[in-house]
Design a protein around this ligand. Structure first.
Ligand SMILES: Nc1ncnc2c1ncn2[C@@H]1O[C@H](COP(=O)(O)OP(=O)(O)OP(=O)(O)O)[C@@H](O)[C@H]1O
Ligand SMILES: [Mg+2]
Length: 208
């Protein structure tokens, strides 16, 4: 079983969008996928509840109890969406359970600066866990050919964290999520998206 957490305490960085896309990608690839949501707003859970039944199934990973619950035994991929403002103990307990952490970062300078403390907290945890957890950054709503992506790479060098990929801004992401689907559910997944998602999907399945 692989456990993947999507986190960034900065609100609106693209966590839920990434989490549901990853869940549907793995579901389409015949994995038994569970999607959990630590957010009180339960964005991913609502998305999941309204997901059309004919699409590749994604199961609900119930995290409503106080203690962090492991996913059910039949799970092959567990995806965990998390809320804005997650830090301290509430961040540490899921961090200790997962194999990979994906951190979406938006292009603004403010978003990058707001991520600084979080990166430092992650680096500490990683050290504590002696490389048992892999942390990867995703530039969200960033065109990889632009100044914003170069700025992000420079910013990340201080933390020794890899920029796994950049995913461009596209209205289709917004529309897909609004209809409880993802870009991966249809057949209209275009070449640009394919190129942008591939490094992330490869990174997630790689064992370290
Ligand atoms: N690649 C993208 N292109 C266009 N819009 C995007 C993209 N990624 C995310 N968005 C939009 O940005 C907004 C915030 O995204 P999302 O809800 O995924 O962020 P979040 O980090 O989960 O937010 P919160 O911290 O409130 O849980 C949403 O309206 C979403 O549709
Ligand atoms: Mg969210």
């Amino acid at each position: 079983m692989r456990k993947i957490m999507v986190a960034n305490p900065k609100g609106g960085s693209g966590k839920s969008t990434l989490a549901v896309h990853l869940a549907s990608w793995f579901a389409r690839n015949d994995e038994i996928v569970y999607l959990g949501d630590l957010d009180r707003q339960q964005s991913s859970r609502h998305w999941l509840a309204a997901r059309p039944r004919h699409l590749a199934p994604i199961r609900h990973w119930d995290l409503s109890s106080e203690e962090f619950e492991a996913p059910p035994k039949d799970c092959s991929i567990a995806i965990l969406d998390t809320p804005a403002g997650l830090h301290g103990k509430r961040l540490k307990s899921p961090l200790n359970e997962v194999d990979k952490v994906v951190v979406p970062v938006s292009p603004s300078r403010f978003d990058m600066l707001a991520s600084r403390e979080f990166f430092e907290e992650l680096a500490e945890t990683k050290a504590v866990r002696k490389d048992k957890v892999d942390i990867g950054i995703v530039g969200m709503r960033i065109d990889p050919r632009t100044h914003a992506s170069r700025q992000l790479v420079e910013f990340l060098q201080q933390f020794d964290l890899p920029l796994v990929t950049c995913i461009r801004q596209a209205q289709r992401y917004v529309h897909a999520v609004e209809t409880s689907t993802t870009m991966f559910d249809g057949n209209g997944f275009d070449a640009v998206e394919r190129i942008q998602w591939k490094p992330l999907l490869d990174w997630l399945v790689r064992r370290h």
